[in-house]
Design a protein around this ligand. Structure first.
Ligand code: C2E
Ligand code: MG
Ligand code: MG
Length: 672
């Protein structure tokens, strides 16, 4: 093994050198004393020059060691160089030189009566010196060897009984000393390695603790304070404002359509946007304001010392302006917009929880009204919230108490007046006696996640009513069920409808599913055409409801598996007064019929509308002219009557409904 690769050499660290130097004062003092004792023993034997050399060399070495101890670096931390080890070996060798001469010249000299003292001193020197040097193993070995080998050699050379005994006892003595030094060296290195490992562990623990403390308060992505820290700072700001009678403006900012960025450009792009928005928010606030990231795409700003809501409005405008310019992400520009909800202490709230919930409410209400703007909290929002809350509670109860009912509005052939089927329309029979229409309770049901339960009720009720009609031997024609956009996104639920129809022994072709454009346009609707195709292949029919009100265009018709187009009521309303509406409806009817799709005109209320639609070739009509939505019982009677009339009269003019006939007199009209 190479010298420098020896474990007791290569592992010598700064700790060893530091502790070696730490003992210098003791060993140097020992050296001075020994030098004087030996000088005394040599007095009269050695020449003056030899005495001077003896004292000079020893004192010089001891003094140099002391000098290094006093002015050198006592706390080395850097790894030990080979050069440093060589220097220590050299110094150790230097200390042995006068003793080598002492041994060679004066040991065994019969005139020297102090020989025993010299040997004793040398033994002490060998033991103490080599143990002290054992931190630097090669230095200790060199020192011990050079100090004792001359004694052995001289003993052998003189070959007297006395000198041989000294040589032998020295050899035995130094062999033990070698072993001790070796062990001490190994222990010293192991000891400092253990300490080093401990120190490293403690260091790592300290770092981990610091990181934990940091992340407990900080969002790692944007490096903004997190929700927890925000909560603490908001409480502090509120108590400070309460003490000083000043204000706190709380802005909750939500990134508009952030989910789209994540979905379309990926999460890394989303992260880039968040980091950039955080930077922009930070750049716009003053030092004593506070910005935090409190949720996925939600940030909060605590702004202090605004004198009036106008100050806060100006400040918010600056925030919107700072955020609202494009960010380069993956080679394209993304323009992040934010919506802000604001609540101010003391105007809108007097404590932290209220301030927070009011800012949240302002954000939610503002977002519903339109994004990219700010909204201050106002009391009306709160009353809206509590009435929504009350309605939610009532709706939940209504589901349990079976307060919902399905009405059936006939769909009639415009040409013959015959009932082709019914549309199932939900009503809520409120315990206070009012009948609530879906337009009134759907928004709250959607907002509070109750639509799936309502949809389940509708489907179940339709199945039950179909079964009843089947048992009564009545054919109601096709029953149309309205499908809500949230409902269609749950593919499994939709497929379950088919399974349930089959399981109950009902005919799938007796069902129309009425979907609105909300079901087919927008995010998450990519695989809806596939689902519709599946449902259609299973025999169900698909109807496109409220057509013409939104972004769904005629071009969608050829791409979608649609059987029926329901022209929205708004077109029928203005049919007579608005020529362009008439032209549009005409175009819809023509295009649909060229694609083999039937058309239903919704909301036909008078005879003139009926006549115009008949002339246009519109196949089916639905509206108060024919019937309002009817209860199950009334719908049943209507079908029975119509069947009865058909059975007893040979209807001669069954192809045409006279436009002149008043609705009340028509056979299909129920007069309750
Ligand atoms: P919709 O599917 O377009 O239903 C037609 C709506 O027009 C019904 O309102 C019906 O009562 C009304 N209507 C029919 N003829 C006339 C008329 O001549 N004049 C006037 N002014 N209105 C007429 P309703 O029942 O209030 O339903 C409103 C909307 O609520 C429905 O529009 C449908 O989108 C939704 N809806 C109703 N029931 C359900 C349901 O069970 N499930 C789902 N998902 N949506 C439903
Ligand atoms: Mg409908
Ligand atoms: Mg409609």
């Amino acid at each position: 093994m190479k010298f420098w690769e020896h474990p007791l050499v290569k592992n010598i660290g700064p700790e060893q050198i530091n502790s070696l130097f730490a003992t210098t004062p003791v060993t140097a003092t020992g050296r001075y004393i020994n030098t004087i004792i030996i000088a005394y023993c040599l007095y009269g034997i050695a020449t003056t020059a030899e005495m001077m050399a003896w004292i000079g060399i020893n004192f010089l070495g001891a003094s140099y060691a002391l000098y290094r101890w006093k002015y050198g670096n006592s706390n080395r931390t850097r790894p030990v160089t080979k050069q440093a080890i060589k220097q220590i070996i050299f110094l150790s060798v230097y200390f042995t030189i006068p003793w080598i001469f002492l041994t060679l010249l004066y040991l065994g000299n019969s005139a020297n009566q102090y020989e025993a003292i010299i040997l004793l001193t040398m033994a002490a020197m060998a033991a103490v010196g080599s143990i002290q040097l054992s931190r630097v193993y090669p230095a200790a070995i060199a020192y011990l060897a050079l100090l004792t080998l001359p004694v052995i050699l001289k003993g052998l050379y003189l070959s007297t009984e006395y000198s041989l005994l000294i040589a032998i006892s020295t050899a035995v003595y130094i062999s033990f000393l070698f072993m001790v030094i070796r062990q001490t060296s190994a222990l010293s290195i192991k000891h400092s390695q253990t300490i080093k490992a401990y120190e490293q562990q403690i260091n790592e623990l300290d770092h981990a603790k610091a990181d934990m403390q940091k992340y407990a308060m900080e969002d790692p992505l944007t490096e903004l304070p997190n929700r927890r820290e925000f909560q603490t700072r908001l409480e502090e700001a509120v108590s400070e404002a309460q003490r000083q009678g000043s204000s706190v403006s709380l802005l909750i900012c939500d990134l508009d359509h952030f989910k789209n960025i994540n979905d379309i450009s990926g999460h890394a792009a989303g992260d880039t946007v968040l980091v950039e928005v955080a930077k922009r928010l930070k750049s716009v606030v003053r030092d004593y304001d506070f910005v935090a990231r409190i949720g996925g795409d939600e940030f909060a700003i605590i702004a202090k010392h605004h004198k009036s809501p106008k100050d806060t409005a100006d400040f918010t405008n600056r925030v919107l302006k700072a955020v609202n310019h494009s960010i380069r992400v993956n080679g394209s520009n993304v323009c992040p917009g934010i919506s802000v909800g604001i609540s101010m202490l003391p105007f809108d709230a007097l404590d932290t929880p209220t301030l927070l919930s009011h800012a949240d409410l302002a954000l939610q209400r503002g977002k519903a009204a339109g994004r990219g703007q700010y909204n201050f909290f106002d009391q009306q929002m709160k009353s809206q919230l509590s009435s929504d809350q009350a309605m939610e509670n009532d709706l939940r109860l209504a589901l349990v108490e079976s307060e919902f009912e399905l009405l059936y509005q006939p769909k009639v052939s415009i040409r013959t007046g015959q009932i082709e089927g019914f549309e199932a329309l939900i009503r809520w029979n409120h315990p206070d006696g009012k009948t609530v229409s879906p337009g009134q309770f759907f928004p709250v049901a959607e907002d509070r996640g109750l639509m799936p339960y309502i949809a389940d009720f509708v489907i179940e009720q339709v199945f039950q009513d179909m079964q009843t009609w089947k048992n009564l031997g009545i054919d109601p024609g096709r029953i149309a069920v309205n499908i809500h956009p949230t409902q269609i996104k749950d593919k499994n639920r939709m497929k379950r409808i088919v399974r349930d129809i089959e399981r109950k022994g009902l005919d799938p072709s007796k069902f129309y599913l009425e979907i609105t454009e909300g079901c087919i346009i927008g995010r998450g609707t990519e695989d809806i055409p596939e689902l519709l195709t599946y449902l259609r292949n299973k025999g169900l029919r698909i109807s496109l409801d409220d057509f013409g009100t939104g972004f769904a265009s005629l071009s969608h018709l050829k791409d979608l598996p649609v059987d029926e187009l329901k022209i929205d009521r708004s077109f029928i309303n203005d049919l007579l007064s608005d020529a362009s509406n008439r032209a549009i409806v005409h175009a819809m009817v023509k295009l649909a019929s060229s694609l083999g799709i039937t058309t239903v005109a919704e909301g036909i209320e008078d005879q003139e509308q009926h006549t115009v639609l008949l002339a246009m070739g519109c196949t089916t009509g639905q509206g108060y002219l024919y019937n309002r939505p009817l209860s199950m019982e009334k719908a049943t009677r209507l079908i029975q009557n119509a069947q009865h009339v058909r059975n007893i009269k040979e209807i001669k003019h069954e192809n045409v409904i006279s436009p002149k006939i008043a609705p009340e007199n028509r056979t299909s009209k129920i007069t309750a």
